[in-house]
Design a protein around this ligand. Sequence first.
Ligand code: SAM
Ligand code: SF4
Ligand code: SF4
Length: 326
Amino acid sequence: MTLVDPHGRRINYLRLSVTDRCNLRCRYCMPAEGRVKVGHGDILSYEELLRVARAAVAIGVEKIRVTGGEPLVRRGIIDFLRRLAAIPGLRRLVLTTNGVMLPEMAVPLRDAGVESLNISLDSLRPETFAAITRGGDLRQVLAGIAAAESAGFRFIKINVVVMRGVNDDELEEFAALTLDRPYRVRFIEYMPTLAEPGWEATVMPGAEILARLSRRFAMTDEASENLAGPARYQRIAGAAGLVGVITPVSCHFCGDCNRIRVTSTGIAKSCLFDCGTVDLRPVLAGGDDAALRDALCRVVAEKPDRHQLTEGGGEKGRIDMDRIGG
Ligand code: SAM
Ligand code: SF4
Ligand code: SF4
């Protein structure tokens, strides 16, 4: 089945958050004081998440990204992923992680059917990494990336949220990682999810990131493939991997948006920056999977054509990234 929203975009991608808990506390994602934890009873069970996933695939979703919070901290995640990967009609199962638990979990994830990993890493310097993550240990993530590479994932994408004055001096170093490793390093514009005053100063626009990189490296455009995400990729001459820029703020990719989201508490969202939400829990409690498919179709029908961050919309409210999953 093909699922098309009112703006003519084909929707075939679900981002599914399985937990709001995390073993890091990144400064752009969570407030310093942390969050009031959602009780275990409020988080969808794996059975419920599988029902949501099956309903989504039945209406036209072909790719699911499992995210969080940190998805690898939820007990039983490997078995859940194995069941998710087995859903007929699902073409691609991928996962976003902070990488901390990958040294032990990379091989089980690969065996469970996860095709590729997005690993978040915002600094290659131990002190900056610890400051951004409020205490994280860079060595764990670097070991996690190495473990993912040995486990044989199709792609290893490294997501770098670029923050002016925090880690923008590391752009070239990150890009240079692709010279001999097959990674896709993606620079993401910082989004004002915590709606802090003056957030604009922290955003480094994608165009500026690319201009900086092209002063140092000779780069050529790479064609994007089917079911690809929002990154536009370039290859440094002779490099094994690719660099990409994701520009949610400056040049929104909303025109190509193909996604819906479901949070770990069962809220389906039509857009990251929009209140178009449907609470799936009553529908799940009713036990009728046709109603679940209808509810997801309603979410698609409510998709806005684009976000309004650059028109001041970013200060309207906070976005709980740790609950929504990015
Ligand atoms: N814990 C996992 C991780 O960090 O990869 C998965 C969840 S995390 C919320 C998903 C992605 O959202 C991460 O790549 C993170 O960098 C990104 N993210 C969170 N807050 C962001 C922000 N304010 N601006 C840009 N990206 C953000
Ligand atoms: Fe945790 Fe990921 Fe948010 Fe960092 S970005 S606090 S690792 S959920
Ligand atoms: Fe899609 Fe909303 Fe993100 Fe735009 S802001 S790409 S419409 S989810």
